[in-house]
Design a binder for this molecule. Sequence first.
Ligand code: DAH
Length: 449
Amino acid sequence: MRGGRYILRVNALLGSSGKLAWRQLLTALYSSAAAEAKNSTSQSPTLEILGQSYPTDTHTNTTPTILSKLSRNLHLQPSHPLNTLKRRIESHFSTFTHLDNLNPVVTTTQNFDDLLFEPSHPGRSKTDTYYINSSHVLRTHTSAHQSDVLRNGKSNGYLLTADVYRRDEIDVSHYPVFHQMEGIRIFPRSNLSAEISSDLSTLTSSAPSPTSITDIPTSDTNPIQSVHTKSEADLVTKHLKTSLESMVKSLFRDETLQIRWIEAYFPFTSPSWEMEILYQDKWLEILGCGVVQQQILDSTGHADKVGWAFGLGLERIAMVLFDIPDIRLFWSEDKRFLSQFREGEVTTFKPFSKYPACYKDISFWCPAEKEGEKWHDNDFAEIVRDVAGDLAENVRLIDQFTHPKKGTVSRCFRINYRSMERTVTNEEIDRIQDEVRRISAEKLGVTLR
Ligand code: DAH
């Protein structure tokens, strides 16, 4: 919503005098967003993305609101918390090659097939992924670049930072764009034990502060690859876990930090784990990792190597480190947010104010489900995002029932609207809500109640 397209239009409305009242400005902003959403029903034959033209087709589900985020590059803005965190992690992996400027448009081959995703993997579905067209998507994870980086690179370690895109629910910790960092480390199989033990001795000696760590051993459900010996898998695992524990300890510098490893599944690693940290009495997942599937190394020219990889979510960690309560704040252009942070420094965010929320309910009968046309809450969330932008704080399904005779399903969602920067008016939200209702009926075929 705050992206380039809308801002341009508002500037045009402002004219040279620049004297349009704030309220009028907002009205202009939202009606232009609404007009945009309306227009997006009639799809244009091509999408222009970062200077490249892509034909659209029946798979296209990327909206102008999402495309407006592509140019923001928050992870490259000096003094932005995401940049500070990125640089801290980079300095921890100082011998790795650092990449942070790769195109977010990737092929389905890069995002899924190269990483051994099954054809039926749910991550491929249009409800979860932003498709540019049937062959191109906005990367859903930094792992999309693993194969290319391995194929082209000469280094034994890579760290890659990028914005990633997922159709998702709406709440304080989910935003359709977020940032990940991917790490890959490979070792020659012939000299594995020597290389790993020399590395481990420096890693363990430089790791700060005692921290409590709980580990879970590999099991039948999280197997060592048949092409690896137990000793190879154990060495790589030890290096992986020690490296990541040491990185997390250096980020948090908190002696009481509790870390635990839990078993996980990713198509491109085995065994696989997630690391969680205890935060406000809850276990918070901060990264996924594992021993790279040998097939990926074999097909990228590294048959003689073994390796590990990880992917971590920068916002998750930054929210804890900087005490940022809402993921939308990272996108704020409000000086009261941005001016609080200094390049390279981790400081505690001081909320400038929590403005009042305004909630609205919407109820409708969903269209009858056909094969290939199943209802998905993400499709509704996407409409809310497109119309309300960052004013949508939370969308929650609060009621659902099936008509006893007709078998049709009614759903009721509660949309919580709140601005991070000012108090919203009821009239302004009513207009947005009307637009959400209208577009839901038009695009999802629901019958409003
Ligand atoms: N790509 C995974 C995700 O987005 C995270 C991840 C898991 C990355 C394991 C990795 C890995 O490189 O080895 O959830």
